[in-house]
Design a protein around this ligand. Structure first.
Ligand code: ADP
Length: 132
């Protein structure tokens, strides 16, 4: 069974949307394999967002991501990685189509509800990183 990792981000947690997001994923047939609430620290975020360190908004993202505890969830199901990315929609909530989680609930590029692994390889690395 394929696994993927999602993080319900601070905007989702603050706005108390976690239940709605999880329901949408479960309704699509994905199963929660493991789950925890944690405060992300600088070391973890530097690893997780290593591909963004050169960008001008990197500090803004890490400040945002460590601002309140987030929910980290391992989901499993057939084709889980691609399915969850499709259910989430594109990064920019303003451009995400209606019917996607970001399109319906997200606010902007940064406050876009959730992170989801973008490949099977990334999912394996991220599961190991967040559930070590
Ligand atoms: P995704 O999360 O869709 O895979 P990226 O890996 O490109 O997207 O970016 C990681 C996260 O960084 C995004 O989910 C978003 O929270 C934030 N981000 C990306 N681009 C911007 C931007 N232009 N301004 C502010 N935050 C951004």
């Amino acid at each position: 069974m394929e696994r993927t990792l999602i993080i319900l981000k601070p905007d989702c947690m603050r706005r108390q949307l976690a239940g709605r997001v999880i329901s949408r994923l479960e309704d699509a047939g994905l199963r929660i394999a493991d789950c925890k609430i944690m405060v992300l620290d600088e070391k973890l975020l530097n690893e997780h967002y290593a591909h963004l360190t050169h960008l001008p908004f990197f500090l803004e993202i890490t400040d945002f991501m460590e601002s309140v505890p987030v929910m980290v969830i391992i989901l499993e199901g057939n084709g889980a990685v691609e399915r969850v990315r499709n259910l989430l929609g594109p990064t920019d909530s303003q451009k995400a189509p209606a019917g996607t989680i970001r399109g319906d609930l997200g606010l902007d590029k940064m406050r876009n509800i959730a992170h989801a692994s973008d490949s099977v390889e990334a999912a394996e690395l991220e599961v190991a990183r967040f559930f070590r």
